[in-house]
Each structure stands twice: as structure tokens, then as C-alpha cells.
Design a protein around this ligand. Structure first.
Ligand SMILES: N[C@@H](CCC(=O)N[C@@H](CS)C(=O)NCC(=O)O)C(=O)O
Length: 221
């Protein structure tokens, strides 16, 4: 029997993009279901009752939640093609460490910068830039975080690229100036069809964020 694979997602989600890239890398066919986070579907609430967040992968009726865990699951289930995690245990642990670092730092710091003004905004902006500088330093002179090939950490970080324009516009800085080597890495990743075909247009993401901001402001009044 063929696998039944369903993805509950939101197009602009960097976490959802990770899963879409992983499925594309493995050549897995799936049904994509766009969620409305302001009116979550019963299916989402039922499949992710703990966090009630996207992305959720439903494989033959069973849910898997949390993007980094989903990507590792995909790599284990469809193991014959395009390995994502490094085979070496130490390298695997390192890649997991940095994906965990991204998960703990990037989104929250961006929100801190985005939704504040004055000193707090400036502190958030500085912190966001320092996070990307550290990630750039971690890449070093390698082509990809996975060495010569695109791997788990590459996949965990590249979706944030579609948000760089939004980060830059709200923060008034340029990633190209702050992290030129990281931007070279972005260009290498974008040469991969599984990445370039998955990532949405950066301006569209920005418009989406403006819409979210408007909704937040309206709900505060
Ligand atoms: N750590 C989670 C984060 C997922 C996440 O933050 N999803 C957001 C959209 S980008 C969400 O579903 N938010 C809905 C909510 O918080 O109610 C992952 O990696 O999957």
C-alpha cells in the first residue's frame, strides 16, 4: 500500500518550509493542507493537541510534530535517497545542536525586534545580527554546513532566508553587509531546486508580516 502523507502547514512558515524541502529532497508525494492559524482546523487541533502549531506531518494517519523532529523522521523513513543527517554521530549531534540553537534564538529575537521600539528594538536588532554572525562563523569556509553537501543544518536554516528581507526592512540593516559569507552560502543553497522551488517570494512574506502586524494592532484596541 502506498504511503499516505499529509502536511498541515502555512505557506510563509519557515518551520513548514523545512518539512517541504525535506519531502522534496526525498521525492515524497504528499497532500498539502494550508491552515488558517486564526481559525485552526479540527484536524490540526486533533493532530497536535499539545502545541496546536504547524507544521504537522501525518504519515498513514499518525501525526509527527515539531519541524526538526519531522525532518529527522522523514530522513529515517525514506532513508534510501538523499541523506539529510550526517552519518557520523558527532557531526549529527553538532548539526542537531545548531538547529536547536536556531529554534531557541532566531524567531523569538526577531519578534522582540519586530514588536518593540526604541532601546528594546535596538537590542533585539543587535542580538538578531549577532545570531546570524555566529551562524556564519560556524559555517567557516565550508560550502555547506553539511560539508560538501546540503544537510540537516542547511535545511534548518535556509527557510529563514525568505524572511531576511523582512528582518532587514524592520531592523534597517543589510544581511549582505553584516554576513556576506552567509549570503554566499544562501546563493549556493538556492541553486538547489528543492530549495528554490520551496521558498516563497521574500516580498510576499513581507506583505504577509505587515498583515499580521495590522491584525495584532487591531486586536490590541
Ligand atoms: N518549534 C516549532 C515551531 C512551529 C511554529 O512556531 N509554528 C507557528 C507558525 S510559524 C504556529 O503554528 N503558530 C500557531 C500558534 O502559535 O498558535 C517547530 O519547529 O515546528
Amino acid at each position: 500500500m502506498a504511503d499516505e502523507v499529509v502536511l498541515l502547514d502555512v505557506w510563509a512558515s519557515m518551520f513548514g518550509m523545512r518539512v517541504r524541502i525535506a519531502l522534496a529532497e526525498k521525492g515524497v508525494e504528499y497532500e498539502y493542507k494550508e491552515e488558517n492559524l486564526r481559525n485552526k482546523s479540527d484536524l490540526l487541533l486533533q493532530m497536535n493537541p499539545v502545541h496546536k502549531k504547524i507544521p504537522v506531518l501525518i504519515h498513514n494517519g499518525k501525526p509527527i510534530c515539531e519541524s526538526a523532529i519531522i525532518v529527522q523522521y522523514i530522513d529515517e523513513v525514506w532513508k534510501d535517497k538523499a541523506p539529510i543527517l550526517p552519518s557520523d554521530p558527532y557531526e549529527r549531534a553538532q548539526a542537531r545542536f545548531w538547529v536547536d540553537y536556531i529554534d531557541k534564538k532566531v524567531y523569538d529575537t526577531w519578534r522582540k525586534m519586530w514588536l518593540s521600539e526604541g532601546e528594546e528594538h535596538e537590542a533585539g536588532k543587535k542580538e538578531l545580527i549577532s545570531i546570524f554572525k555566529l551562524l556564519e562563523e560556524t559555517l567557516g569556509d565550508k560550502s555547506f554546513y553539511g560539508g560538501d553537501t546540503f544537510g540537516f543544518l542547511d535545511l534548518g536554516l535556509i527557510p529563514f532566508y525568505t524572511w531576511f528581507y523582512t528582518f532587514e526592512t524592520f531592523g534597517n540593516f543589510k544581511m549582505e553587509t553584516e554576513c556576506p559569507k552567509l549570503m554566499d552560502w544562501v546563493k549556493r543553497c538556492m541553486q538547489k531546486e528543492t530549495v528554490s522551488k520551496t521558498l516563497p517570494d521574500e516580498k510576499k512574506v513581507y506583505e504577509h508580516v505587515l498583515g499580521m502586524l495590522k491584525a495584532i494592532r487591531e486586536s490590541n484596541h
